[in-house]
Design a protein around this ligand. Structure first.
Ligand SMILES: CC(C)(COP(=O)(O)OP(=O)(O)OC[C@H]1O[C@@H](n2cnc3c(N)ncnc32)[C@H](O)[C@@H]1OP(=O)(O)O)[C@@H](O)C(=O)NCCC(=O)NCCS
Length: 177
């Protein structure tokens, strides 16, 4: 298979947006929830907002991303995103999001995208911590994050209720420098 990882730009954003729509529909399939949204609710995550891609990194709410593109079809099949925090006093931290479409999981792509995001964040002088949250039930994701050095910081019991499923949420963090 030939998969290319590229920075998310305004040019490849439409392919990314289509991938996010497909990926959102997968959450909850066979009981594997990974997004805090009710399937089929029109209120779904955007992943990254195109206008925030160009915000400077010293501006709260900046966003950046990388996409994995299957070169044989031109289809975006995975992404990783980094988001700046909402306060100027938190600009040394960023928040990570990651997702691979089902057919492409378990082939090393999640790890590759995560490594790309960590390498990028380490190259940015101001960034010292990378944070994320993941459902307690998402043991696959936690194993990946732990293998890359993330440590658990907290558990919030029943943070989400998706229909009648109660979901505990886990906070994890990685010291970048
Ligand atoms: C979690 C996710 C990003 C992992 O990506 P992936 O491409 O499937 O993972 P990789 O093939 O790169 O594997 C990396 C590591 O993940 C863990 N992992 C992957 N699949 C696993 C499985 N079925 N069971 C347990 N651990 C698993 C392992 O630690 C693995 O490392 P190893 O191969 O050295 O054992 C992917 O499954 C996914 O997109 N899931 C849905 C969305 C999601 O959960 N996003 C994260 C929300 S916080």
């Amino acid at each position: 298979m030939s998969i290319e990882i590229s920075a998310l730009t305004t040019e490849n954003y439409p392919g990314f947006a289509a991938h996010i729509r497909r990926h959102c529909r997968e959450s909850g399939k066979d009981g594997y929830y990974f997004m805090p949204f009710i399937p089929d609710d029109p209120d779904q995550p955007k992943g990254v907002e195109i206008e925030k891609l160009s915000l400077p990194l010293n501006n709260p709410h900046w966003q950046r991303g990388f996409v994995a593109i299957d070169m044989s079809s031109g289809r975006t099949i995975g992404h990783v995103d980094l988001k700046g925090e909402r306060l100027k006093t938190m600009l040394h931290r960023c928040e990570l999001g990651l997702g691979i479409e089902e057919a492409w999981r378990g082939q090393g792509l999640g790890k590759k995208l995560l490594q790309t995001a960590i390498e990028y964040a380490r190259s940015i002088q101001q960034l010292e911590w990378m944070d994320l949250s993941t459902f307690a039930s998402n043991t696959k994701a936690q194993a990946l994050y732990r293998s890359m050095g993330f440590e658990q910081t907290c558990v919030i019991r029943e943070k989400f209720r998706i229909n009648d499923v109660l979901i505990d949420d886990i906070g994890m963090t990685l010291r970048l420098k």
